[in-house]
Design a protein around this ligand. Structure first.
Ligand code: C5P
Length: 424
């Protein structure tokens, strides 16, 4: 049930918005509505979208008319994966997600940059464009990251407006001090996107602090000859997103990665490999130091028995390629005398849960995360996915959501299960 709240309740909410995400895996991604008003700092809002998504949020963007002069809606649409709205009375949008639905959709609203003009309009409760109307219509806590010339920030009109908004429960991030785009120096710079994202979506107490995680990520390539290989469609997106989510929970993460085009998160130790045998060697050489091993790679099950030393010429009408089994890296790790907490993935086309539970037992894993592939949404190259996670006496479903959000939910669940095992 949704209830209207008083000003003091909203002040409480705005503090609650800074409370850590629950340690328990959330049922869905946190929803952040990002408002952008027209200042030069708007170019940084593109990065903010990425940072919020990296922390597991689903993001929708609303721009003021002036913001569109600084950054194109197309950039923000491409980054957020959703159309960007600016018009209050847009017949097409109002038929789908109208402004009231958008106001209700949001768990949190952040306006970054918030200009002096926007702050003044919010103070007076104007609703003369979509963004200000949304702020009036939403019950979600509101955060502002002001950005403007230092004189405009220092002006009594702006300071009085800000004081009234803060008294109403609006949360203020910044502004920071320093050199400004206008050439002046002082308070008025927008707080950096990474800091805004961290303030909006803090991760719970870092329950994985000090925990060493070793992961495999991406596909492997099995050489046929010096130019050709057998590969697969794994993009590495889920693996790298999970690595970043575990890092945010305090873990020290090392990734043994097959070739992908994903840019790893900062601070991630990466070991680049190509084949399953190289991946196995890199893992076995490091596994003794890890507490948690996560096999997110799509390891080729077979490799050419004898890769040709020179490029194979296309003289023959047909050629035969003899393949031999690759080692199962995950099963090897789980079979160690003192195995780490092991997490595997299972991509299944049918009877997902039954097959995954059989693998959990056969490979003697601590936990397995299974998803349906080959039908509908989700899977290897998709940006969205859903998982059912199983352990010896339990299960949890993580519903269809963007991969970074799913990775954040899975990291929370891994922390929970790892904690339960080490406590028990
Ligand atoms: O048996 P299946 O290939 O479905 O198991 C998938 C899980 O096992 C994944 O976690 C994958 O990373 C891991 N695996 C592995 N080495 C292999 C094959 C799979 O580590 N050779």
């Amino acid at each position: 049930m949704i209830e209207r709240r008083t000003g003091s309740d909203q002040a409480f909410d705005s503090m609650a918005s800074a409370a850590p995400l629950a340690a328990e895996a959330p049922a869905r991604a946190p929803r952040v509505l990002l408002g952008i008003s027209g200042g030069i700092a708007a170019y940084k809002s593109a990065d903010l979208v990425r940072r919020l998504i990296e922390r597991g949020a689903e993001v929708r963007v609303v721009m003021t008319e002036a913001a569109r002069a600084f950054i194109t809606p197309l950039t923000l649409q491409a980054l957020s994966g959703h159309p960007v709205r600016s018009e209050l009375l847009d017949p097409e949008a109002e038929a789908g997600m109208d402004h009231i639905a958008l106001a209700r959709w949001a768990d949190q609203v952040v306006i970054a940059p918030a200009t002096a003009d926007l702050i003044a309009r919010l103070t007076h409760g104007l609703a003369n464009d979509l963004l200000t109307a949304l702020v009036l219509a939403t019950q979600a806590p509101l955060t502002l990251a002001p950005a403007m010339n230092q004189q405009m920030w220092a002006h009594p009109a702006t300071q009085e407006n800000i004081a009234r908004l803060v008294a109403r429960g609006v949360r203020l991030l910044g502004p920071a001090s320093g050199s400004q785009a206008c050439g002046e120096v002082g308070a008025g710079r927008m707080v950096e996107p990474v800091e805004i994202a961290a303030a909006m979506l803090p991760v719970s107490g870092g329950g994985l602090r000090g925990v060493q995680v070793l992961m495999t990520v991406g596909p492997t390539r099995e050489a046929i000859d010096p130019v050709r290989f057998i590969g697969n469609r794994s993009s590495g997106k889920m693996g790298y997103a999970l690595a970043a989510a575990l890092q945010q929970r305090g873990a020290q993460v090392t990734v043994v990665a097959g070739p992908t085009s994903v840019a790893p998160a900062l601070g991630l130790e990466c070991v680049a490999v190509e084949s399953a045998l190289e991946m196995e060697a890199a893992v076995m050489g490091r596994v003794a130091e890890c507490d948690l091993f996560i096999a997110a790679a799509a390891v080729a099950d077979y490799r050419p028995e004898a890769p040709a030393l020179a490029k194979i010429k296309k003289d023959a009408d047909s050629i035969a390629l003899r393949l031999v089994r690759n080692p199962d890296i995950l099963a090897r790790v789980a079979a160690l005398d003192r195995p780490p907490f092991t997490v595997g993935f299972a991509a299944e086309t049918d009877q997902v849960e039954a097959h995954a539970r059989a693998k959990l037992k056969a490979k003697r894993l601590s936990m397995i995360a299974a998803n349906q592939v080959g039908a509908g949404e989700g899977g290897f190259e998709s940006d969205r996915n859903a998982l059912v996670c199983l352990w010896c006496d339990g299960r949890r479903e993580l519903p269809m959501m963007p991969k970074p959000a799913l990775a954040a939910a899975l990291a929370a669940l891994i922390e929970e299960r790892y904690g339960a095992q080490t406590a028990g």
